[in-house]
Design a protein around this ligand. Structure first.
Ligand SMILES: C[S@@+](CC[C@H](N)C(=O)[O-])C[C@H]1O[C@@H](n2cnc3c(N)ncnc32)[C@H](O)[C@@H]1O
Length: 287
């Protein structure tokens, strides 16, 4: 199969997309259910920014729809299903918070003398190989006297058995050169396109398939579209689906029919650097 045929094969397992173009397909719905429909071992990378499950509270006085993240009261991550759909030479990159680390339930057999029993406990998932730090800068307001201003986010790197990091130079586990998105963002926890571009280039080649089951405003899809990777996105909130459709179809116009073609890097800078530095008013974002 060509990579396009593989992408179409993966899409054939899913319902009608809310939006699609040559490289992306967006599905409006619950990723917990949608991921179960995907065939096993067809995705090269899961690059995702789920709700962290820490119930984000904005410090802004005016609360808008932007302040609400669906399912942020607890972490819902179909980790095993995401692992199943990822190829053996693939990987998962998952944003998460130290406050809700990714644990799994394990059954531990115990015995004392004659008595034997099993109890369930939690341990950190050993599929997490590295924690990547994204230094996003910008401080934050929050509790000005009680908290340190949070200037970083963490990303769990979970490679499958045959995965190798792409690129000539070995990357370090700290990203220092990509600032967060300014105040004109369209989603509360919007990530920079350049950040998602960096991540997808660590784990995919042109034509590979990326899955983003918590799409938000579609940043992962936009990065994939620009870098000629295919991207399947799931998003629960229809308002966000509209935002994604607008962002991704705008992109088609930018690059379409003979109009002046921006270089990818210029375009990222335009998108990521608009607005003033973020002063959203929290020491930590949710995802
Ligand atoms: C942290 S945000 C992602 C932001 C994204 N990285 C961006 O740059 O815009 C997580 C998103 O997951 C969505 N979400 C939460 N639970 C979901 C679920 N079960 N299925 C699909 N989407 C979900 C939320 O609506 C939210 O937009």
């Amino acid at each position: 199969m060509t990579t396009k045929e593989t992408f179409d094969f993966v899409k054939s397992h899913l319902p009608k997309p809310y939006y699609q173009d040559d490289y992306t397909a967006l599905y409006h719905g619950d990723s917990m259910e949608l991921v179960k429909l995907l065939p096993t071992s067809y995705v090269k990378m899961v690059a995702t920014d789920p709700p962290y499950g820490i119930l984000y509270k904005s410090g802004q006085r005016i609360i808008t729809e932007l302040d609400v993240i669906a399912n942020d009261h607890e972490l819902h991550l179909p980790f095993d299903e995401l692992w199943r759909v990822t190829r053996s030479d693939g990987s998962m990159f998952i944003f998460y918070s130290w406050k809700v680390p990714m644990f799994r339930k394990v059954s531990v057999p115990m015995s004392v003398g004659e008595a034997k029993w099993t109890y369930t406990t939690l341990e950190r998932d050993d599929r997490i190989r590295n924690e990547i730090i994204w230094y996003k800068g910008g401080g934050g307001m929050g509790d000005l006297k009680g908290d340190f201003a949070n200037e970083y986010e963490t990303i769990a790197f979970c490679p499958k058995e045959n995965f190798v990091i792409h690129g000539d130079k070995r990357p370090t586990n700290v990203i220092l050169d990509i600032p967060k998105v300014g105040t004109k963002r369209v989603h509360l926890t919007q990530k920079p396109v350049r950040l998602m571009d960096r991540i997808i280039r660590w784990g995919t080649n042109v034509g590979d398939i990326v899955l983003e089951p918590f799409a938000g405003s579609g940043t992962t899809g936009l990065a994939c579209q620009k870098a000629s990777r295919y991207c399947i996105m799931f998003e629960l909130n229809e308002r966000n689906c509209k935002i994604i459709r607008n962002r991704l179809s705008q992109m088609e116009l930018d690059f379409g029919g003979g109009s002046e073609k921006l270089t990818a890097v210029d375009d990222y800078i335009q998108e990521d650097m608009f607005g003033e530095p973020d002063d959203i008013g929290s020491t930590e974002t949710t995802g």
